[in-house]
Design a protein. Sequence first.
Length: 490
Amino acid sequence: MANDRLTALDSSFLHLEDNQPSHMHVASVTIFDGEPPSYAEFVEGIAARLHQVPRYRQKLGFVPFGQGRPRWVDDPTFNISYHVRATALPPPGGEEELRTLAGRVFSQRLDRDKPLWEVWLVEGLDRNRFALLSKTHHSLVDGVSGADLMTVLFDVTPEPALPSEPADNWQPRPVPSSTQLLAESLLERATEPREIVRTMRAALRGPRQFAGSMLEAAGGLGALARGTLRPAPGSPYNGAIGPHRRFTWVRVRLGEVKAIKNSLGGTVNDVVLATVTGALRRHLHARGVSTQDLTLRVMVPVSVRSDLEQGALGNRVAALMAPLPVWCDNPAVRLDVVQDSMRDLKSSGQAVGAEVLTRIGGFAPPTIMAQATRIGARQRAFNLVVTNVPGPQFPLYVQGKEMLDVFPMVPLAMNQRLGIALMSYNGAINFGLIGDYDTMPDLEDVARYLGEALEELADVAGVTLTTVGIGPAATTARTTHALQGQGSSS
């Protein structure tokens, strides 16, 4: 039962969308080569593997009067046809139509009275392709465990592997009553202090180790406080949002990003953040916003999931608050500034402080945690989120059809109008951009600016950008511009 209780961090994603036009689901668009499977075949394929991810047949059980965090309970009315849906693109069935559809699907909040996931099978994509749109609530899965889950639901060879047989036919456990949920929560709250005492006693058996851990945690909390003490600067990326979304993407070759990194220094993530910096500088100028002396602040989620936790659902993430020097007009200097800043942040222990806060939250009354989550979102601690999730570097298949591209989506919290997610897969590292529909009508321009900013860095590094090579429509900034000049689009 304890493992079925949402953590404080998982619960915070529910609080962030309470009475707000925020949708706290992570999502993705994946494109496949070949004719799509029939809807019946597709549903059957997923149903045969659901026993490997039992959480997908569970819904939230809410504790009365907010006296405890929700826990996962079996859904006695589970119907896979509700969660697996099918649709088709209107002619001409290009990627523009797919992006429009994705924006609309991602604008719809998941029903909390049912298991918190959906998968859409999308037919009618041109060039003999089809797509999947997937949505999973952030309280169920973070980016890294989502990548682990993907390797469970997909095949690693063109020949579909026979799924393991379930130990027995699934029978939902009885749904606990409101009285039971309240009693369980109160009992856990009464016993938790004993667990804290046991943990302290165990730690004190090794005083030096305990003292070192406490000092590290205190230092981390201090670094986190310094990083968020002042609000992030005002920007077009912050303010009121509505429930509707736009979604677009950019294809990039991972090897070329690594070549830029090898030439100019830093990490792949440093190159990504420098590219985002250059793109937002261009976008702000296009909006008529001065970037003189302007440094945006970006939240960069980092995984704190141990090797032993790989494959587990739920969230094990902390965060770094990183500066984006949009004041800088030199791409190489931008990368140097980002590289130095990230190095300092990692040594400051900010991520440790963020993780300590999420663990402390586990012992706070849920009503206080809910208020703290909402207040924190209003304080504009950062301008936007940029998250980079490592995916498998080998091809994946669905019922024998190869996945060509994956474009991830990070949700928009309250007062966040732009989010950027990346995922590496089979030699590519692709951007997925989500924007508020009304306040980010120029989201496609941001995508174009990302290509131009990466091209700037590539020119300085002496790296030639090429086509991505994992999909028939895959292009970078240079080839996109050439095609647009010929009246075509990617």
